[in-house]
Each structure stands twice: as C-alpha cells, then as structure tokens.
Design a protein around this ligand. Structure first.
Ligand code: GAR
Length: 209
C-alpha cells in the first residue's frame, strides 16, 4: 500500500475527487495518509479533517526563502513516509531539492492541455482567461509528473474539454474540473499506486494488462 501525500493551497476540489475515489475503492493499492497545506485557511484542510485525514500546514511566509521553504516541505514528506506526492492546486513552485528527492513520484494536475497554456504564470483561473482570449475551441486538463521545468514533466493522462461561445473563465474552469481534472487525477494516482506507469525518457506510458 503506497502512502499518498496531497499538497494543497486552496479550495481542494481535486483533493475531494481523490477522497471520493478512495471512498469508492477506486484508488487501488494507495491511501491518502496526509494533506499538507501552504495556507492555514485553505478549505482543502476542512475536507481532509472531515474525512479523518491527518493535516499539516507549512507556510512560505514562515521561511526566509524558497529553498528553506522547500526544505521544510521535504522534511514533512520524509516524516510522512510519502511514496507519492500529489500537487492538487498547490500554488508554490518547489525548489529542485524536493523534485530531485522524488523523481517521477510527484504528480501535478494542470488545467490545460500541456504544452498549451502552461509554464510560468499559467495557474488557476489565469489559464482559463488565456484560453478564452486565444479563441481555441478545445482545452482540457493534464496530469503529469513534476520535473525541474514548470509543467514540463512526463504526461500521464490528458482529457479534452470543449470551449463554448458564452464561457466566462469561471464557467470554463468549472467544466474543465468536472469533465477532466476530477476524473483523470484519481485515475492517474491509482495507476501509479499499482505500478502501472512506465517512464521512458520524458514520456510516460500506461502498462497494458
Ligand atoms: C485546479 O484547477 C488545478 O488544476 C489548478 O488550480 C486549481 C485548484 O483547484 N492548478 C494549477 O493551475 C497548477 N498550475 P482545487 O484547489 O479546487 O483543486
């Protein structure tokens, strides 16, 4: 059984999707053992507490720089015996000291079809604003491993979502979450926990049965 540690900063709807999947028995060979929040008032913490999942708060403002903050996150992950780390709306870019300690073990969900609308500056609602400004007709979500390049790690799963004429950033964000993020994130985590993801270079492949 793999220990899943989820890092959050906000509302935690992706954490909720993981909890719901776990409660349905859809996370095979894994268990959410801790939720770490970068913000003390993140609603994601309430979701964890409501489901009796241990929580920790590690706030950037308590550390002098990103390296010290990343060291504190690394220490927490070590203490929690993390086998897999899920960034579920975690809004801090961690120093490579964490990434190097957990190669292809940190999974992120991003609200676009990477490599479109990804990299530095593309996070949260900004992504959907940029999508609507561009006029693309399809967007979606990507679940990928985290490497040293922002949104640059091997892609595990992607799902496309239609952009509609009257969409606002909020409406589009909700559709991308419902139709894509909340589905492919638990799927990818379950595949990882079952050792069903094979990495070749910077590409991830799902092992056939
Ligand atoms: C989600 O849409 C997630 O994909 C995005 O932030 C939102 C968090 O929502 N993450 C990023 O933009 C990371 N680059 P949640 O707290 O309700 O899961």
């Amino acid at each position: 059984m793999k220990n899943i540690v989820v890092l959050v900063s906000g509302g935690g709807t992706n954490l909720q999707a993981l909890i719901d999947a776990q409660n349905r028995g859809d996370i095979v060979n894994g268990k959410i053992t801790c939720v770490i929040s970068s913000k003390p008032n993140a609603y994601a913490l309430t979701r964890a507490i409501n489901n009796s999942i241990p929580t920790r708060i590690v706030q950037a403002k308590d550390y002098k720089d990103n390296i010290d903050y990343s060291k504190a996150i690394h220490e927490a992950l070590y203490e929690e015996y993390a086998d897999v780390i899920v960034l579920a709306g975690f809004m801090t870019i961690l120093d490579e000291l964490v990434i190097k300690a957990y190669p292809n073990k940190i999974i992120n969900v991003h609200p676009s079809l990477i490599p479109s609308f990804s990299g530095k500056g593309f996070y949260g609602i900004n992504v959907h604003k940029a999508v609507l400004e561009s006029g693309v007709k399809l967007t979606g979500a990507t679940v990928h491993f985290v490497n040293e390049i922002a949104d640059g790690g091997a892609i595990i799963l992607q799902k496309a979502v239609e952009v509609k004429r009257d969409d606002t950033p909020d409406i589009l964000q909700k559709r991308v979450m419902e139709e894509a993020e909340w589905r492919i994130l638990p799927q990818a985590v379950s595949l990882f926990c079952q050792d069903k993801i094979e990495i070749i270079g910077n590409k991830a492949f799902i092992k056939e049965e």
